[in-house]
Design a binder for this molecule. Structure first.
Ligand code: HMH
Length: 221
């Protein structure tokens, strides 16, 4: 029998923030079928820009794992994440063309630029592997929870958006997020108070950025 994990403890403590990120009005509108398609297109264009910045972040995480990790399998999990991102970049291009969203002319919004800058700060060699892998888990988990909810019992997600929801809401991606959470928890168990509090602050920042990222779909700025 295991004690409550660090991440579970944080999710309990910051449950309100976590719920704002994973049950946002935008994804709830996908789930109930009332989604404004122009909001969806705005999200698509902005997320492509985010994912382009996410790739070097995950590459930097791979480098940290190679240097610092106590488990060889971490590298394989992260490498799998990079492989999935390669596929994801192609998917964004074909999805954008399907919705007539021009990726080359999409301008990153302020929130997106700030989130990308935050990712860049986590790429610094000064940032500990434990902090970075915990951030990685949080970033992936928000999308997994948000989009899995759009496919769960009672959802009325429009047919043309189901593929998007499947991309992050599928069981395989759920398993992958669970593996990332296990890696983060394993590292956190062995970490100093200083690293633990940095990792917690980083998770909170990620959740706040994720809420603001969904907010961009409203197109008010
Ligand atoms: C903003 N957060 C954002 N975009 C994504 N594609 C993910 C998380 C998950 O990969």
């Amino acid at each position: 029998n295991k004690e409550i994990s660090m991440i579970q403890k944080w999710l309990n403590q910051h449950n309100e923030l976590y719920t704002s990120a994973t049950r946002h009005p935008f994804t709830l509108s996908i789930r109930d079928g009332s989604v404004d398609l122009s909001a969806f297109k705005r999200w698509l264009g902005q997320d492509y820009i985010f994912v382009r910045a996410f790739v070097p972040f995950v590459a930097s995480l791979l480098l940290k794992a190679w240097k610092e990790s106590d488990e060889d399998s971490d590298i394989e999990v992260i490498l799998g994440g990079i492989a999935a991102l390669n596929d994801e970049v192609s998917w964004f291009k074909s999805e954008a063309s399907k919705w007539s969203v021009s990726l080359s002319t999409t301008v990153p919004q302020k929130t997106n630029l700030e989130y990308c800058r935050f990712l860049e700060s986590l790429m610094s060699p000064e940032v500990d592997y434990t902090v970075a892998v915990t951030a990685f888990w949080a970033i992936e988990a928000v999308y997994q929870e948000s989009y899995a909810h759009c496919l769960s019992d009672g959802s009325k997600t429009p047919e043309e958006l189901k593929e998007t929801c499947q991309r992050w809401g599928n069981d395989g991606f759920g398993q992958y997020c669970h593996t990332l959470q296990n890696i983060a928890n394993r590292r956190l168990e062995k970490s100093s108070e200083d690293i633990i509090s940095k990792a917690e602050a980083t998770v909170i920042r990620v959740l706040e950025y994720e809420v603001e990222f969904w907010n961009m779909s409203r197109g008010e700025t």
